[in-house]
Design a protein around this ligand. Structure first.
Ligand code: MG
Length: 386
């Protein structure tokens, strides 16, 4: 029997590549549910191609249009609709490829039902870390990371006994502005920020890679996924993106996970876990590279990484506030309403304005998320008016 999958965010970069992985393994994988934010036409096209009868769109207007256009299937609407899609589809695994903290509620729905989760939505763990991992433990659902660095760590850690791992080392490409100083970042454009040197990804995560916030979010994600204290997680810049992460062991050995940057590799690993199947990528040719290089991350110029580490250590609502402010700031940058160099400032000021509180419930996180979004938007409007 093929594994039944629900793919959330299926019209995004991870979703499209996941459907490619599924198409290559018809005997092992079958899609039974798809969701998107608002791209209803491509979603219906995907549903037809994969024989899916039920879809959900977070945007209610888009859902209404889809329902009119697609008469041979059912269209659910809103976040409630996505939750219903998950709970009703009798799937074995949910792939969450939603962008941003909008992915948290579907993550909770899947884990709450005891459904294994292939997690590409790092914000689920950044925002809801403790509660999300507690929920997975309570229901016995597994979280299998899709983020390339975390997939690498997950694979490296699989054969190690508890207590033998000293440090996790996350690699970072450094993004398109690696090596630049603050003065040089004053006038960078959206197009420059969207031109990632090694990974092809969606717009939001590509900007996060340029600010190094992506690595900051991944630091918090790794802390929750593997239960590792922040003091034992390092970041090293590795511009070629060939080493996806490393673990340092108590006997002096360091293990690394290597490969060309291609998201189909970690997606395939998660969807087929614990099996491995063929993925059509070219074998790694290290001699063709000649050298792999490494450098420390510049946290003075790229303050988002430092802000994320601090928010992670503070814990409570701080990572939620950090993430919400970042989502608002990146959106404003992409819309031409905020300069690249101001993104970190908006996030830092939002964190300063909203002291961290303890987290008791997912509802409380939703409120903290809303407060941070409003404060960040005010700070951006004040800058525009100045
Ligand atoms: Mg990553």
């Amino acid at each position: 029997m093929p594994r039944r999958l629900a793919i959330l965010g299926s019209t995004g970069s991870v979703g499209i590549q996941a459907l490619d992985v599924v198409s290559r393994s018809p005997d092992q994988l079958r899609v039974v549910a798809l969701s998107a934010s608002s791209a209803w036409e491509p979603l219906i096209e995907q549903a037809r191609r994969h024989g899916v009868r039920r879809i959900a769109l977070a945007d209610r207007d888009a859902a209404a249009r889809a329902a009119e256009a697609w008469t041979d299937g059912e269209v659910l609407a809103g976040t409630d609709g996505i939750v219903q899609l998950i709970t009703d589809c009798e799937c074995d695994m949910v792939l969450n490829g939603i962008v941003g903290s909008a992915g948290l509620v579907p993550t909770v729905a899947a884990l709450g039902e005891g459904i294994d989760l292939a997690l590409a939505n790092k914000e689920s763990l950044v925002v809801g870390g403790e509660l999300v991992t507690q929920l997975a433990e309570a229901t016995g659902a597994q979280i299998i990371p899709v983020d390339s660095e975390h997939s690498a760590l997950f694979q490296l850690l699989a054969s190690e006994r508890p207590g033998t791992v000293d440090r996790l080392v996350l690699t970072a490409s450094g993004g398109p502005f690696r090596g630049m100083r603050s003065e040089q970042l004053e006038e960078v454009t959206v197009d420059q920020a969207l031109a990632h040197p090694t990974w092809e990804m969606g717009g939001k995560i590509t900007i996060d890679s340029a600010t190094l916030m992506n690595k900051g979010l991944e630091l918090i994600e790794a802390h929750h996924l593997f239960g590792t204290p922040y003091e034992q997680i390092d970041v090293v810049v590795h511009p070629q993106s060939i080493i996806h992460s490393l673990i340092q062991l108590c006997d002096g050995a360091t293990l690394a996970h290597l490969g060309y940057p291609d998201m189909r590799v970690p997606i395939s690993y998660a969807l087929h876990y614990p099996e491995r199947v063929d993925v059509p990528v070219k074998p790694l040719d290290l001699a063709a590279f000649g050298a792999l290089t490494f450098e420390p991350a510049d946290e003075d110029t790229f303050a988002c990484l430092r802000l994320a580490r601090e928010a992670g250590r503070v814990a409570g609502t701080a990572p939620c506030t950090l993430n919400a402010a970042n989502e608002i700031a990146v959106h404003a940058f992409l819309a031409g309403r905020l300069r690249f160099i101001e993104i970190a400032g908006v996030i830092g000021e939002t964190l300063a304005a909203l002291p961290a509180e303890q987290v008791h419930s997912f509802e409380g996180l939703g409120e903290a998320d809303g407060r941070a979004r409003r404060r960040a938007a005010e700070l951006i409007a004040e800058r525009a008016a100045a």
